[in-house]
Ligand binder design. Structure first.
Ligand code: AMP
Length: 419
């Protein structure tokens, strides 16, 4: 039986990997301009980290984690997101004692066991940033600005930024009570999931994908109306800073985000036209997370962008043509007795940064020429009896078909003149 990639995973082949490199380059450049440095954490962590850090009532923890026991019977989990690992690393290396805020970016695969569809995979990739150690609303705005700047540099101007505040634990608890009171009389009209979770986490009903749940709770009290003064001021300042920075946003009462650790600012970016999964990224403040993970009471804020969904969005622009890098030069031998010499020429070309190749499958000279055409070579170097006798090499310009013989030491300059 043929072995295929597991459901919900896929290969990134050569032409596509250039798109990935391009996007990753833009994201890293922007993050670094804003003062964020790269962190790389393990792809798996102790399961407990995500239970504590992401939250035990979340879909991610209850349904979607790839959890396994290793040979020593430790429960480990392939990371479903990046923030909990960053909080763990911050605590483990006591970086909260150093210069604050600690500003990091990361990129890499994440794993969630969900039903695959366009824009949703079991191994997918995120780029994210995190800033620990400041509760300034200016930092909230900065994090959103990083996200917006990335989208603009990728040419994705048609994004929609949704913004809300989910308050602090106190105003949220207050709100929770109001919301449960509002939902209880209509609870039978909710979907099965919401009926189960509304007493535990009623905010998730706002987040539900079923239109019927939204209809059932129409006229519900909003988080915004229940914010305490401090949270309301914080939210107002974030909004003002975004306005002053020229960033348009939509205040969205339904936006609560799926993860338990958010406090205050929550945001999501949507790009229309990329299918049902239109959220390309989201994030927010998570002031309780570091403490929940066993560290000091240190505030934090961040976002994660889904790279697959960014790619879908970039494809809708239909502009940029990504291709694997062409080979510039192919070294062709007229007889296999010159193979060793061809290797020396190839080494010489590559040392001078010229993308070059030779045949490794015993092709005839004619077939080597075809191979050079297929690779898109602009120059071939020919090695035959005549060249060896005269101690020179022949260069063929594949565009105008002109051939010249050159001395070995003039090879590079002559090729560079054509390329
Ligand atoms: P989250 O960590 O759930 O807030 O997700 C942040 C972003 O990651 C989303 O907006 C998506 O772009 C992306 N994302 C989340 N889950 C998946 C998935 N299963 N497949 C592809 N992208 C995903």
């Amino acid at each position: 039986m043929q072995i295929k990639a597991p459901r919900g995973t896929y290969d990134i082949l050569a032409d596509d990997s250039y798109k990935w490199q391009y996007i990753e380059k833009v994201m890293k450049e922007v993050a670094e301009i804003f003062g964020y440095n790269e962190i790389r954490t393990p792809l798996f962590e102790h399961t407990e980290l995500f239970e504590r850090g992401v939250g035990e009532s979340t879909d991610i923890v209850t349904k979607e984690m790839y959890t396994f026991h290793d040979k020593a019977e430790r429960s480990l989990t392939l990371r479903p997101e990046g923030t909990a690992s960053c909080a763990r690393a911050l605590i483990e290396h006591s970086l909260y004692n150093g210069v604050l805020p600690v500003k990091w970016y990361y990129t890499g695969p994440m794993f969630r066991y969900d039903r695959p569809q366009t824009g949703r995979y079991r191994q997918f990739h995120q780029f994210g940033i995190e800033a620990f150690g400041s509760n300034s609303p200016h930092l909230d705005a900065e994090v959103i600005l990083v996200l917006v700047e990335i989208l603009l540099r990728l040419g994705l101007k048609n994004y929609e930024l949704h913004l809300n505040s989910v308050g602090c634990p106190e105003c949220r608890e207050n709100y929770r009570r109001h919301l449960i009171e509002h939902i209880t009389p209509v609870k039978d009209k909710l979907c099965e999931d919401c009926q189960l979770r509304y007493t535990q986490n009623p905010l998730r009903v706002l987040d539900c994908k079923n239109e019927s749940c939204h209809k059932a709770i129409e006229g519900y009290p909003t988080l915004y109306d229940n914010l305490c003064d401090e949270c309301r001021n914080h939210y107002t300042k974030v909004q003002e800073t975004l306005k002053d920075s020229g960033v348009a946003f939509i205040h969205d009462d339904n936006l609560v985000r799926g993860l338990d650790y958010y406090t205050n600012t929550a945001f999501e970016i949507h790009i229309p036209g990329i299918g049902a999964q239109s959220a390309v990224g989201g994030g927010g403040r998570y002031n309780g997370l570091v403490k929940d993970c066993g560290g000091p009471d240190l505030p934090g804020i961040g976002f994660a962008l889904g790279i697959e969904r960014l790619l879908l969005a970039i494809d809708t622009l239909g502009k940029k043509d990504f291709k694997a890098a062409n080979i510039d030069v192919v070294v062709i031998t007229m007889s296999d007795k010159y193979e060793d010499l061809a290797i020396q020429v190839l080494n010489h070309l590559r040392r001078h940064n010229i993308r070059s190749e030779k045949d490794y499958t015993g092709r005839s000279p004619r077939a080597q020429m075809k191979y050079a055409n297929k690779l898109g070579a602009r120059v071939v170097v020919l090695i035959g009896d005549e060249e060896v006798e005269n101690g020179c090499l022949t260069i063929r310009n594949m565009q105008n078909k002109e051939q010249i013989q050159v001395e070995n030491q003039e090879l590079i300059s002559n090729i560079n003149n054509i390329l």
